[in-house]
Design a protein around this ligand. Structure first.
Ligand SMILES: [Zn+2]
Length: 318
């Protein structure tokens, strides 16, 4: 099974009208990224994944400073609708600003009523202190209900996004305080991948995704080598950061990571460790159940394993 743990909710249900098409040229050094996309675009670009985790980031500004248009009033609804449309293949995560009044209530509503099963946060984009009391209250809630949190980590081209809120060593503090919380550190905290490796290797429930790394060939090879030397590649998860890249493109780049050292005496990233990342059961790592095909997509009510549909009764009781 191939799980893509890092994708952004498509901006449009149907085909994007030309007048609403947006592109952003600072996400990748090699090309601009079209940041508006339909549900069909998502399926096409995620075709290589069996299951994906999908989310928005709760930002007050409709463009969010990120070039990905999002309706601030429908941050979680749009993700929930999209996930519910194909519940066997998509797992939706909620997003809230922990410092906003009622954020825990909103998170609880998303969990119980919308069936969202994890949390996405970008403390630098959202401009909240990831070690502040409001954030810690959200972590406590997520830990109690078994919801993993995927954090944006590392740099970004957005100027108005404080880097200290996205530094990987912050995650060490959070994991020390919330040892049962499942955490994914996005982008291996680039360009602080070695700090990320130091964190994921010591905390049993802290992982990192490899999204957004492959377009920088040298630092990609270097961080994968470092992760291998430090015995941490088993904590790395596949992620594309759709619409920044496709799942297939990310898998191909992983398999090509050693191309840059071909013909040199520099060591290779072991192929078997690369394949293990591609095929890792990220859902099990994050404590997420893969929903059965045909499962009802409405509210589940609590963090207990999702109830099967009528057709699953024998499976359940076996
Ligand atoms: Zn992302």
């Amino acid at each position: 099974m191939i799980v893509d743990v890092h994708t952004h909710t498509p901006t449009h249900r149907d085909a994007v009208p030309p007048s609403e098409r947006r592109a952003y040229d600072r996400w990748r050094p090699d090309r601009a990224v079209v940041t508006t996309n339909s549900w069909a675009d998502y399926d096409e670009q995620l075709a290589a994944a069996d299951v994906s985790i999908v989310f928005n980031i709760a930002l007050p500004d409709p463009l969010g400073g990120t070039g990905i248009p999002t309706d601030p009033a429908r941050i979680n609804e749009s993700t929930a609708e999209f996930a519910a449309a194909d519940p066997a293949r998509r797992i939706g995560f909620l997003s809230v600003d922990p410092t906003a009044p009622g954020s825990i209530e909103e998170a609880e509503r998303c969990r119980v009523e919308l069936g969202l099963r994890g949390v996405k946060l970008g403390p630098n984009y959202q401009r909240f202190d990831p070690l502040g009391p409001a954030a810690c209250e959200l972590y406590r809630w997520a830990e109690r209900h078994g919801l993993p949190i995927l954090f944006h980590q590392g740099t970004s081209p957005i100027r108005d996004a404080p880097l200290r809120y996205a530094h990987p060593l912050t995650m060490d503090e959070i994991a020390l305080a919330f040892p049962q919380l499942r955490i994914v550190m996005a982008h291996m905290g680039h360009p602080w991948q070695r700090d990320t490796i130091a964190v994921i290797r010591k905390h049993p429930h802290v992982y990192a995704d490899v999204s957004a790394l492959p377009y920088r060939a040298w630092s990609f090879w270097e961080c994968m080598r470092l992760a291998s030397e430090w015995g941490a590649t088993h904590k790395l998860l596949l992620g594309s950061d759709f619409p920044i890249a496709t799942t297939a493109e990310t898998i191909a780049a992983l398999r090509d990571v050693n191309a840059i050292v071909e013909g040199t005496a520099l060591p290779r990233v072991p192929e078997e460790e690369i394949e293990a990342i591609i095929h890792r059961d990220a859902l099990a790592a994050l404590g997420l159940e893969r929903p059965a095909p045909g499962e009802a997509s409405d509210a589940r009510g609590d963090a207990s394993p999702p109830a099967g549909g009528p057709g699953d009764a024998t499976e359940e009781t076996r």
